[in-house]
Ligand binder design. Structure first.
Ligand SMILES: Cc1cc2nc3c(=O)[nH]c(=O)nc-3n(C[C@H](O)[C@H](O)[C@H](O)COP(=O)(O)OP(=O)(O)OC[C@H]3O[C@@H](n4cnc5c(N)ncnc54)[C@H](O)[C@@H]3O)c2cc1C
Length: 408
């Protein structure tokens, strides 16, 4: 069967573009389809939305030629996790991870959404093997023995040997393929904004575990700006959303504490209802899922995109190997290697974060004592602490080549 391209990717958010670049680098022709306008996210002004990227994700972006296009980033040099209670700031039980204990440099990097999106868009446009179709939704998919035909909202059809759904948590690719999702709502909403502060952050990321949910304070470039991700019970978050900026700051200040001096809001305020959403299968004949389409997780450890980029790296490696062997990339024996590599790992991580959220977003005094003892133990044992840091940097386990800084 003659197809328009080898691989069609549905979804041009973050994982879709990264996968397109990885596959083009492995010799495939790719069509990348997105419902939104091209480059719009990259053209937004400063709005405070940012990602903590693990060191391994930064290596992948470097191999793909994206990292050198990122306008600015902030290395994460320290991570401090502590139990907190609104009005009291952080408790004496805390965990401190210092990047100097790792041989591989910073544990990760903070990058604003607009800079990452712009960098991906620049490199996509400079890659001839990738065709971008924007402002166009995929509305249907027809699987045949030798390929897949995607129906587009424009009325045309795109054919490929394999279609990959990078179309987010409400993946239409998964739904049309009859792939069931498991999960639940956390009854929490994340409030996201940026603040400027008096004292420099010194590259430190802070995670305060409050009874209602974690508050993350993440360093942005320049030293005096940080991104805030505050997970709260949804009814509390809804009430805070109604406040004007000045009143919102009055509530944020006591939770934040004064370790960075006085704070002021910078940029917009966003909210995200939080849920766990796991696809029961990552593959079907001629189809695969990656990124949030495969697993949507709690943002408390800032791992959602990092897990997605692990899918990207694993899928690109499996398909590159199939390409070298002359195998058809859309067949189950090839795709099965990807599913076996990723599904258990991603599910284990998602459930790990789910467990942490349950353990920490809780006012029970017995659990508080257990948490304090657990944190104290990890803090007192350097080898255990280094093992945690390597995992957070994405350097542990069966790491695909792109995440080790090697071509797929
Ligand atoms: C509050 C919060 C903080 C976070 N912080 C971090 C962090 O610090 N670090 C981290 O690693 N992760 C973080 N995450 C997770 C991260 O944001 C997501 O994992 C990541 O954005 C998912 O990217 P994606 O490309 O898989 O999906 P999406 O970004 O959801 O992109 C899906 C794309 O598919 C397109 N699409 C959908 N349907 C169709 C269709 N029918 N046809 C064509 N196109 C379609 C959409 O237009 C969209 O562009 C955070 C998440 C939240 C909510």
């Amino acid at each position: 069967m003659q197809t328009d391209s080898d691989i069609a990717i549905v979804g041009g958010g973050l994982n879709g573009p990264a996968l397109a670049l990885a596959l083009a680098g492995a010799g495939f022709s790719v069509t990348l389809i997105d419902a939104g306008p091209a480059g719009a996210r990259g053209q937004a002004g400063f709005d405070g939305r940012a990602y903590s990227l693990a060191a391994a994700s930064q290596k992948l972006l470097t191999v793909l030629g994206v990292w050198e296009q990122v306008a600015e980033s902030q290395p994460i040099l320290d991570v401090v996790a502590s139990q907190g209670r609104a009005g009291e700031g952080a408790s004496p039980f805390f965990l401190h991870f210092d990047h100097a204990e790792l041989d591989d440099g910073p544990m990760g990097w903070m990058v604003e959404d607009r800079h990452l999106s712009a960098a991906l868009s620049t490199v996509l446009d400079a890659t001839p093997a990738i065709r971008r179709i924007n402002d166009t939704a995929v509305t249907g998919q027809d699987i045949g023995p030798a390929g897949v035909a995607l129906s587009l909202s424009s009325g045309t059809t795109i054919t490929a040997r394999l279609a990959v759904g990078c179309d987010g948590r409400r993946s239409g690719v998964a739904e049309r393929a009859g792939i069931h999702r498991s999960g639940w709502s956390y009854e929490q909403t994340a409030l996201v904004c940026a603040v400027t502060h008096e004292h420099p952050h010194q590259g430190a990321a802070h995670q305060f575990f409050m009874p209602g949910g974690p508050l993350a304070i993440l360093p942005l470039p320049g030293g005096h700006r940080s991104s805030i991700v505050w997970s709260l019970p949804t009814r509390d978050a809804e009430a805070l959303k109604l406040l004007d900026d000045a009143a919102f700051l009055e509530v944020l200040r006591p939770a934040f504490g004064d370790f960075l001096g006085d704070i002021a809001l910078a940029g917009g305020r966003f909210s995200y209802p939080l849920s766990l959403s796991l696809a029961d299968h990552y593959i079907r004949p001629r189809l695969a899922l990656a990124g949030d389409a495969a697993h949507g997780v709690h943002p408390l450890a800032g791992q959602g995109l990092n897990i997605g980029l692990r899918d990207v790296a694993a899928l690109a490696e499996v398909l590159a190997e199939a390409h070298r062997r002359g195998e058809d990339p859309g067949t189950l024996p090839v795709l099965g290697r990807y599913e076996r590599w990723r599904r258990f790992d991603a599910t284990a991580l998602a459930l790990g974060m789910d467990g942490m959220n349950r353990l920490f977003s809780n006012g029970n005094p017995l659990l508080a004592a257990m948490r304090g003892a657990g944190m104290g133990m990890v803090q007192a044992l350097p080898p255990l602490r280094r093992a945690f840091m390597r995992e957070a940097a994405g350097l542990g386990g069966d790491t695909p080549r792109l995440l080790r800084g090697l071509p797929a």
